[in-house]
Every structure is written in structure tokens, then in C-alpha cells.
Design a protein around this ligand. Structure first.
Ligand SMILES: Cc1cc2nc3c(=O)[nH]c(=O)nc-3n(C[C@H](O)[C@H](O)[C@H](O)COP(=O)(O)O)c2cc1C
Length: 202
């Protein structure tokens, strides 16, 4: 697939078929993730591949807890109804999920590029997730990022080392739809995608 086709075809997917995710597809996507840029070559991304239905159920419970909290913050009743109609995860439906963590212990005594802001470690992990996402798209698969989670509880669930910070959970599988080539949130009339990026030339 052409690079630009891949970029524009990539979707955040919440509706999947029952197809499995072949091991070689996952391996290729993880290798692509590992080829991402990282601040000071810190490579702070850590991936925990989830296959266990039991663990998925625990993650789903965390999602539901946070989602209820999110819903309670909406003040407009029409918006609440629309919010509740949105499918914002596919945790228990996808064959595989990946819990994404940022290992902040990779920040050593002098990590190039972190003088201004140590959150550059997390941005590096986001670059890795984007590579993973594009690789899956190129291979005919898809992913959906779930961030509606209490990150501290999520870290505790996986009993990760003290220095690992959670970046959420990615559901991986075969997309059942392409949402007519637009973000699902636009298709469901939650928000409209802007046509052009904000760019200023000085
Ligand atoms: C960091 C991050 C967290 C996200 N968290 C969620 C989420 O919890 N649930 C969800 O349905 N979509 C989530 N999304 C997906 C966005 O809603 C989606 O990317 C956006 O609507 C644009 O759609 P597209 O990715 O299909 O272009 C997340 C995306 C990012 C980058």
C-alpha cells in the first residue's frame, strides 16, 4: 500500500470481525513500532500483549468505571445520549490487545532532548504507537486506542515496575468497517474533522 493511502486509510477502529490476528502480522507491527524515533534514542516503549480473556475483562471493568465518570461530566442531556450511543472500545472483542507503557527509567543522567520537557519520553511512545497503527493498516488490519481508563489502576493491574507509566490500551484485529473513510466520531455526528491543519508561516 502506498504510504499516503496508508496514512489516510488508518482509522481508530472499534468494530472488528471475529478474525484472528496472525502472529506474523503482530510481529511485523511491533517491529515497525520499535523503528520509531525516540528522544535521545531512549526507546522507552514497553508493550504487554494481552491474549487472556480474563485480563481483557479486568481492563473492560476499568474502562466501564472511567466511562461512567466521563459520562457524568457531560451537562447537556442530548450530548449524554449521543455519548452513550458511541462505541469507544472493543476490549473483549479483539483477539489481541496491547497495553502500552513508557519506561521513564530510560531517562538517564543525560538523555539528549529532555532538557526542556521529560514528557518527550511519552511522545516517543506515541510515535511508536503510530508506527504500529500504520503497519497494521498496511497489512489489512486495524487498531483502536483506549484511553478511558484510570491509568494508576491500569498500571497496578499489570503490576508494572515503578517507573513505567501507562499510555493506554490498543485493541488489534480485522476491521469490520472503515466508517465510510472518516473518523467514527464524525460519522456518528459527535465532531467534524477540520479540513486543513492550523499552520502559520512567519
Ligand atoms: C491518545 C489517543 C487516545 C484515544 N482514546 C480513545 C478512546 O479511549 N476511545 C475511543 O473510542 N477512541 C480513542 N481515540 C481515537 C480518537 O477518537 C480518533 O483517533 C479520532 O476520533 C480520529 O479518528 P481516526 O483515528 O479514525 O482518524 C484515541 C486516540 C488517541 C490518539
Amino acid at each position: 500500500m502506498d504510504l499516503y493511502d496508508c496514512i489516510y486509510k488508518r482509522r481508530d477502529t472499534r468494530h472488528f470481525t471475529q478474525d484472528d490476528l496472525p502472529a506474523e502480522v503482530l510481529e511485523k507491527a511491533l517491529d515497525a513500532a520499535h523503528a520509531a524515533p525516540s528522544v535521545g534514542l531512549s526507546e522507552p516503549w514497553r508493550f504487554i500483549v494481552v491474549k487472556s480473556q480474563e485480563r481483557k475483562k479486568e481492563i473492560k471493568d476499568l474502562f466501564q468505571e472511567s466511562n461512567t465518570k466521563a459520562e457524568s461530566q457531560i451537562t447537556d442531556s442530548k450530548q449524554t445520549a449521543l455519548y452513550n450511543s458511541l462505541k469507544l472500545e472493543a476490549i473483549e472483542e479483539t483477539p489481541i490487545g496491547i497495553a502500552i507503557f513508557c519506561d521513564t527509567s530510560t531517562l538517564d543522567s543525560f538523555t539528549i532532548g529532555t532538557i526542556g520537557n521529560t514528557s518527550t519520553l511519552e511522545w516517543s511512545c506515541a510515535c511508536a504507537v503510530q508506527n504500529l497503527w500504520l503497519s497494521l493498516t498496511e497489512q489489512g488490519y486495524g487498531a483502536g486506542w483506549v484511553s478511558i481508563l484510570d491509568y494508576k489502576k491500569f498500571e497496578n493491574l499489570f503490576e508494572v515496575p515503578e517507573n513505567w507509566r501507562s499510555l493506554g490500551y490498543i485493541c488489534l484485529g480485522k476491521p469490520a468497517t472503515d466508517y465510510d473513510g472518516q473518523p467514527m466520531l464524525q460519522k456518528e455526528k459527535w465532531k467534524v474533522r477540520s479540513k486543513k491543519p492550523y499552520v502559520k508561516y512567519v
